[in-house]
Design a protein around this ligand. Structure first.
Ligand SMILES: Nc1ncnc2c1ncn2[C@@H]1O[C@H](COP(=O)(O)OP(=O)(O)OP(=O)(O)O)[C@@H](O)[C@H]1O
Length: 357
């Protein structure tokens, strides 16, 4: 078993708290992505997992072993960073073999077999004899991924490994990464600020903000059922709409609603909002029974067969992502409606569990 337990871990730098009492478990054999905006503490948390930083409080446990105070080399983990250290004058094969050279438990034939397997999985067998300095950045990172996993340590840590790789090579690298991880079943923690990368790679995503984990769940759940306004806003391109609402006489009213919603009995908060994803807002040229009139206030931008635009209901601007072209031009009137069962309710930034019909 190589689950990773992070037990009430805090890291402070002087008066500043970079990681704030994180308490969570990454399951054995899972690919977990740490995702969040710049400065939220992802790298600091990762450095505590790799042993480059010691927690101010709390413990880190790998497969039942307390590693909180162990240096990196004693943790038995593979690591890949933005700028991997590799040996430019050694061949790809030799670079891949190197992590196992000093491990007496792996016999020479077994070392070769593992390197051969990784060369095939990463589709770089033809480069086996090439020197690292002859490779482009994307291929170099592929080798780095291979080197981190070849030793078959139970845990592998990746810190933004695709940052310096150009887009095409990045896709290739991600594909290779998926193949390798599904084959080897290691426990992987992968840091990224790129939501597409996290959505593609992760079994579960740990969404971070200001040193804390906001939500830790499968990508579809994080996208479809955010527990906070921050989660709804951060995931999605663009993020969720939050329309300010008022509560009175047991009902919720908001500019996007043609009819009020019933308010849950225990609804409390100074700031109530109704949340809806841009792709769920319907836009029509003529009024319907549940629509509200709005004015198109943005030119539509076409992306991959869909159109992104904004419509204003009075002062409230709503982002809309439609399948076809908007039915009106800039400045003209459209009619917006929302499927009530897909609406979400938030009070002071937190999701309120309520369903509407
Ligand atoms: N050694 C340090 N001394 C002081 N402050 C630090 C130190 N390391 C990190 N911090 C601060 O801790 C906060 C979290 O930094 P961290 O690098 O973990 O964030 P991040 O989420 O990885 O961001 P990015 O995506 O930009 O790398 C930042 O405000 C950073 O300035």
């Amino acid at each position: 078993m190589a689950e990773i337990i992070i037990e009430h871990v805090t890291k402070t730098f002087g008066a500043f708290t970079a990681v704030d009492d994180i308490d969570m478990t990454f399951e054995d054999g899972e690919v977990a992505c740490l995702l969040g905006p710049s400065g939220c503490g992802k790298t600091t948390l990762m450095r505590m997992l790799s042993g480059l930083e010691t927690p101010t409080k709390g413990r880190v446990i790998f497969g039942g072993r307390d590693v909180t105070r162990l240096p990196p080399r004693k943790r038995n983990v593979g690591m890949v960073f933005q700028y991997p250290v590799m040996y430019p004058t050694l061949s790809v094969f030799e670079n891949l073999e190197l992590p196992m050279r000093y491990d007496r438990s792996v016999a020479r034939d077994e070392r070769r077999r593992r390197v051969d397997e990784i060369l095939d999985v990463l589709d770089i067998r033809h480069l086996s004899k090439a020197f690292i300095e002859e490779l482009d950045a994307g291929t170099r990172q592929k080798v780095a991924v291979g080197r981190a996993v070849v030793r078959q340590s139970e845990i592998v840590l990746f810190d933004e490994p695709t940052t310096n790789v150009e887009v095409n090579a990045k896709l290739q690298l991600i594909r290779a990464f998926k193949t390798v991880t599904s084959r080897l079943k290691q426990t992987i923690v992968y840091v990224t600020h790129d939501q597409t990368e996290a959505m593609t790679l992760a079994d579960r995503i740990a969404l971070m903000r200001s040193g804390r984990i906001v939500q830790y769940d499968r990508p579809q759940v994080l996208y479809g059922e955010p527990t906070t306004e921050f989660g709804g806003w951060f995931l999605g391109n663009p993020g969720m709409n939050f329309v300010p609402a008022t509560v009175s006489g047991g009902t919720i009213s908001a500019p996007i609603l043609a009819r009020p919603l019933p308010a849950p009995g225990d609804l409390r908060g100074d700031r109530i909002a109704v949340g809806i994803r841009p792709e769920l807002v319907r836009m029509a040229g003529i009024a319907g029974p549940d629509s509200v009139p709005a004015k198109l206030v943005d030119q539509a931008i076409g992306i991959a067969g869909r159109y992104l635009t904004k419509a204003a209901i009075g002062d409230t601007v709503v982002k809309v992502n439609t399948k076809g072209r908007p039915p009106a031009k800039l400045g003209e009137t459209v009619h917006l409606s929302v499927p009530r069962e897909r609406l979400m309710l938030f009070a002071d930034g937190d999701r309120v569990p309520a369903r509407f019909s």
